[in-house]
Design a binder for this molecule. Structure first.
Ligand SMILES: [Zn+2]
Length: 220
């Protein structure tokens, strides 16, 4: 029987996929079966559908789920509600997948800066991810150096141009020689992770692995 946390008896945890209350005596998740088909296991988690994305400037990616159905809903809920527990649960899943796949040989977590800085969902996931792994989170290290358009409104070529040179690193001494986990909620074209990773490497990072909770299986 799993160890029961007192806090969970007072404030029962909720399923990130349907919002239902999780039975604390078993911690069995109501949507386990429903989301199984979207879970990426083993080798599939690494560089999922890399050939459809632009990831030439980072060491690789690690992804937990295909962005669809209840997984996509959990991210929408995270983005548009004040659901810190969703960020925490997402970070737990990402940290377990990372541990099972590559281990914890990383120095810092850095989130992709949110568009217009509203809601800051990637920052929330990164905060909990760094706690789970026990490494530093640097939320204000990678910043936008200029305004960009929304990526999903552009063509593939337009997306690349939109982000070229769009990031900069504040105080590069903090990342010099470091192995970085670059954290985001969804991996789509890869342009954002790639451009951010390129900037971090150019600022002295040793390596950059993109870690995302989900990834699309096509790019429109
Ligand atoms: Zn559920």
């Amino acid at each position: 029987m799993p160890k029961i946390r007192i806090i969970d008896l007072l404030f029962p945890p909720r399923c990130i996929f349907c919002g239902g209350i999780i039975e604390v005596f078993t911690y069995s998740k109501c949507c386990d079966e429903k989301v199984k088909k979207y879970k990426l296991e083993g080798d599939l988690r690494v560089d999922y559908l890399k050939h459809i994305r632009d990831l030439s400037d980072i060491a690789g990616t690690l992804t937990s789920y295909i962005y669809s159905g209840p997984v996509a809903k959990s991210i929408v809920d995270l983005k548009f509600g004040k659901n810190y527990h969703i960020a925490r649960e997402i970070a737990k899943i990402m940290s377990k997948d990372l541990k099972d796949t590559f281990g914890f040989d990383y120095d810092v977590v850095i989130p992709i800066p949110s568009y217009k800085n509203i809601n800051r969902h990637s920052e929330k996931i990164a905060k909990y991810l760094s706690k789970e792994i026990g490494i530093k989170n640097l939320p204000d290290c990678l910043v936008k150096s200029r305004k960009t358009k929304k990526q999903h409104e552009l063509t593939l070529n337009g997306r690349r141009k939109n982000l070229s040179g769009a990031f900069c690193v504040k105080d590069p001494s903090r990342i010099a020689g470091k192995k970085i986990l670059l954290c985001d909620d969804v991996l789509t074209s890869g342009n954002t992770l790639n451009e951010a990773g390129k900037t971090l490497k150019a600022s002295g990072a040793y390596s950059v692995l993109g870690v995302t909770f989900s990834a699309t299986d096509k790019i429109k």
